[in-house]
Ligand binder design. Sequence first.
Ligand code: NAP
Length: 494
Amino acid sequence: MPAEFFSAISNQKTPPVYKFFDGKAWKESTSGKTITVHSPIHGETVGELQSVTPGEIDHVMQSALTAQPAWEATPLNKRVSVTHLAADWIRHFEDYLTALLVREIGKTDSEARSEIKRTADLTDYFADEVQSIRGETLDSDNFPGYDKGRIAMVERVAYGAVVAIAPFNYPVNLAASKIVPALLMGNAVVFKPPTQGGISGVHLTRMFEKAGVPAGIISCVTGGGTDVGDYLASHPKVDVITFTGSSDTGAAIARKAGMKPLVFECGGNNPAVVLPDADMNLTAREIIKGGYQYAGQRCTAIKYVLGSQGVLDQLLPVVLTQMGESVKMGDPRSPETKLVGPVISVSAAGQFQQWIDESVKLGAKIVTGGSRKGNYMEPTILTGVTPDMPVVTHEVFGPLVSFISIKSMDEAVTIINDSMFGLQASVFTKDEGTGLTFAKQLNVGTVQINGSPQRGPDHFPFLGVKRSGLGVQGVRYSLEAMSRLKPVVINKPQ
Ligand code: NAP
């Protein structure tokens, strides 16, 4: 069944050369160029992706804009049915997509499987939630100086053509979290998957096509971020860009996009603040899960721990003991591997190693880990870290947690609020009231009390401040972000 279902999307050779989807048909690019996707596990070729041309993007954009009005005019209940069908296909191919994700981005089976299941659930949830999005009417006489002469009927309408750009670390889930709300609100979607993760993105697109999304309404353009992504970001026919990726890429897209709505989820560099009364076992468990799951390649990973020297001295042995039981680096396909597989590329691992080495030269101490073989980085803990060291000023998208000793809670607030990132922060304390008071002082998207940073459940609002993002995601918020208000005002004759 998978071979037949997916036959159109590649040339079916080994390794396959995948096609791009122009909204109507699966095609090879006239560029004649492809990009090879290597598995981070062992470097073998997973497949090749088309590198589409600017002319092909122009064509896709035009098809999207031509098809969009009829899609927006399609009854919502039909858009909802198509979406539920797409969720059914994702669920149907859970095993196949899980195996693909493991190979393409180096997740363990359970991490990959949970991404696929969550994507199907999210897709269904969006389709249910959209049915409660309603307009409203407003009377004019609420405002001083006005009588009842006007009524505004405010409805939500689509923007038009949405460009959706997804990152490598959740190439299915974070693609669907953009595509689905945009489609449900009546937009056409031009999807640019990440290069690493692009094969999974191509498969996801096929699910929407097969679910019955009409011609022109979803397309999938593959190719390098700095050419295809860049061209899309500055394309004059794009109405909205919804993007997840690093803060640097987000800033580059924002500079080129011009005056259009941008919904960005960018880098995180999330702290965990540990108060003296914290439950050390629970705190250690959450730091390990937060720091090392998927080798630390999550925007919501814990990157540094803030506590008094006394607290850190108490916490560190507990973390090390628990790490011995619950963390083991290795091939993500091996049942012996726990949480830490490879990081996405040798060059990324090299960059992280450099920041670790520079921080050690500045006085940080390696407690465990600290080296790598190729793109397999040992789960690492550094102590004696200060906020100005490279491991804190950069987002180390790998398995590293840094311990920073602080003199007071005010110092913790200053360090967190002075950071250029502001996605999430965790506070560990047995006194939830103290946690709440502390949470109110932090300039971050979300504060977690007694839990590691996380995106889910997906109907909670999810956002980053400063260089961590623009706008708000989360089921209802994403649906709202993919539509705009349109008031029509009836002026009664006086
Ligand atoms: P990335 O390198 O910034 O790439 C993200 C996407 O942007 C990819 O599709 C990439 O394409 C594309 N791209 C690259 N350069 C571009 C350009 N100049 N113009 C337009 N598009 C461009 O990020 P990543 O390494 O894939 O993902 C990891 C980052 O994402 C981390 O910083 C992480 O914190 C962040 N992230 C944030 C969240 C959140 O919710 N806040 C969630 C997940 C990940 P190519 O792959 O072809 O280069």
